[in-house]
Design a protein around this ligand. Structure first.
Ligand code: G6Q
Length: 550
């Protein structure tokens, strides 16, 4: 695809208009904004298929949204969305289409890559996954000795781990409790050791998930798992009953000893961090069953449709993207906290970290020019209410601007006593306290000793976006993940960066490969790193191999 070179953002009239507007809005507080506008909350709340986003507690006005939407139009966001859905090779540095939306397409949709409709292949793999998941769940698929599988261990890393691990946790309530699913990712031997230490190999199934099947962490863990299995079951033929693979690389899968019949494929147009609704979600499908997985895909698809068709002013991913960009580029915010008030979403922020930071952590635009503005934020968070007893202090009274997305569910998964009302009371209270704070005179009026007043004052004016969903179901999880996928897309499209490559992870890998033999060699190696790295490696070798430390 020939990429038309877009103008630099600061030169765009829409950008300049926003910069001028920001100078006016920056000094207005949320208290003032709410006082000035009676219907603000209603006007700034959007409900799309049950997902409600209230963005009124943000430091912006209706004009801000209008100007941000004009910016999105000026960047042809609509055209860029269509290019993705049409299968154009928008990942220009890797010459690939970006079609995670095809993973949840309806069977009668047509999405073409290089003139070939990919939807039938997607559904063929889903059917194969469903057949396998059903057999494991029913006990029809047994281990080598005829034992029923009780534990599934997914071995993968990055995009081949974070998504299924997050979603398994999120949808635990829908999982078969007779099956335990574990996730091993770190090359630290502790991870695989802890995951297998208490297991019976006869009842354990490994899913080796690796798009390339060359990732050092995953292959090292998979080999260690194979050794562990063979130490227990002794027969090499056992491998076929205890290992399946998810990959695009059939040759390497066969080299490992996994029957290609037991390989579940996907395609180079699925980026790792956008892949858990592909076969990379096999462990999740085994846990929640094909029906639950299908329901989740329907949630993704509903949000895809909304993203593609809703006007930008009422388009949830577009609004989240624009509001994030507003703080990032016009307030100098460096971070965004995602705070789910749902224990099952404990890993959601970690998942979003990769989705957002690997996608939009870029400093050159698609033409290779240095970007002129801040790009992707630092994403982090923990579930409420735990975070309240940890880092919220800094959000309330620290010196940094930290916009927050606060997620909550109208109905609980487990209606235990007063728990849900208490949880949600905190959910509502926090966004209220962050926005409106408590003035010095309010504190003083409570009879607080004068010297304590500054310490007990809350400046407020801390922006939050409230996201409410009916209940954490597979469908809602699909909606929420697609919401953030498309939020990331929106921002990358406006910044004119490639959100779909990740060259920044390469250098460390290359250097590690160079250092491995230096750590393992029996003879003292010649080291040609910088002085610090040389000395650190010598110290390590001296401890581990008894070499010279100096
Ligand atoms: C994600 C990245 C990266 C990738 C892992 C695992 O977008 O590409 O996190 O998912 O490096 O790669 P494999 O699946 O090839 O093992």
């Amino acid at each position: 695809m020939t990429q038309t070179q877009l103008g630099l953002l600061p030169d765009l009239p829409q950008w300049r208009a926003l910069a001028e507007h920001a100078a006016e809005v920056r000094d207005r507080t949320l208290r003032e904004l709410f006082d000035a506008e009676a219907g603000r909350a209603e006007a700034m709340t959007v409900d799309a298929d049950g997902i409600v986003v209230d963005y009124s507690k943000n430091r912006l006005t209706a004009d801000t949204i209008r100007l941000l939407v004009e910016l999105a139009r000026g960047r042809d966001l609509g055209g860029q969305i269509e290019a993705m859905f049409r299968g154009e090779k928008i990942n220009t540095t890797e010459h690939r289409a970006v079609l995670h939306v095809a993973l949840r397409a309806a069977a009668d949709d047509v999405i073409e890559v290089d003139g070939v409709d990919v939807v039938p292949e997607v559904h063929a793999v889903l059917a194969k996954m469903a057949g396998f998941a059903d057999r494991v769940r029913s006990g029809a698929w047994t281990g080598f000795t005829g034992e029923r599988i009780r534990t599934v261990v997914n071995i993968g890393i990055g995009g081949s781990d974070l998504g299924p691990a997050m979603a398994y946790e999120a949808l635990r309530d829908y999982s078969d409790r007779a099956l335990d699913v574990r996730f091993v990712s770190n090359v630290d031997g502790t991870d695989i050791w802890e995951a297998t230490n208490d297991l019976d190999p006869a009842k354990t199934l490994f899913i080796v998930s690796s798009k390339t099947f060359t990732t050092i962490e995953t292959l090292t863990n998979a080999h260690t798992a194979r050794d562990w299995l063979l130490a227990g079951l002794r027969e090499p033929q056992a491998i076929a009953r205890h290992f399946v693979a998810v990959s695009t690389n059939a040759e390497k899968v066969a080299d490992f000893g996994i029957d290609p019949e037991n390989m579940f494929g996907f395609w180079d147009w699925v980026g790792g961090r956008y892949s858990f609704d592909s076969a990379i979600g096999l462990s999740l499908m085994v846990a929640i069953g094909p029906e639950g997985f299908t329901e989740m895909l329907a949630g993704f698809r509903a949000m895809d449709r909304h993203f593609r068709t809703a006007p930008f002013e009422r388009n949830l991913p577009v609004l989240l993207g624009l509001i994030g960009l507003w703080y990032d580029d016009f307030f100098g915010a460096e971070t965004v906290a995602v705070l789910p008030y749902a224990q099952y979403l404990a890993r959601f922020s970690a998942y979003l970290q990769q989705l957002d930071m690997e996608s939009n952590g870029k400093s050159v635009d698609r033409s290779g020019r240095p970007v002129q503005v801040q790009t992707g934020p630092i994403v982090w968070g923990q579930p409420g209410t735990n975070g309240q007893h940890a880092f919220y202090q800094l959000i309330h009274q620290g010196t940094k601007l930290i916009p927050c997305d606060v997620l909550g569910m109208l109905a609980p998964n487990h209606d235990v006593g007063r728990h849900h009302d208490l949880l949600m009371a905190n959910f509502f209270a926090q966004t209220e306290a962050l926005a409106f704070g408590k003035t010095a005179s309010e504190v003083a009026a409570e009879g607080v000793e004068p010297e304590l007043v500054p310490h007990r004052t809350f400046a407020g004016n801390h922006p939050t976006t409230t996201i409410l969903a009916p209940k954490l179901t597979p469908y809602v999880l699909g909606q929420l993940v697609a919401l953030y996928e498309h939020k990331v897309f929106t921002q990358g499209a406006i910044w004119d960066i490639n959100s779909f490559d990740q060259w920044g992870v390469e250098l460390g890998k290359v250097l590690a490969n160079r250092i491995v033999p230096e750590l393992e060699s029996e003879a003292e190696p010649e080291l040609n790193h910088d002085g610090s790295t040389n000395a650190l490696i010598r110290r390590y070798r001296a401890q581990r191999r008894g070499g010279a430390a100096g």
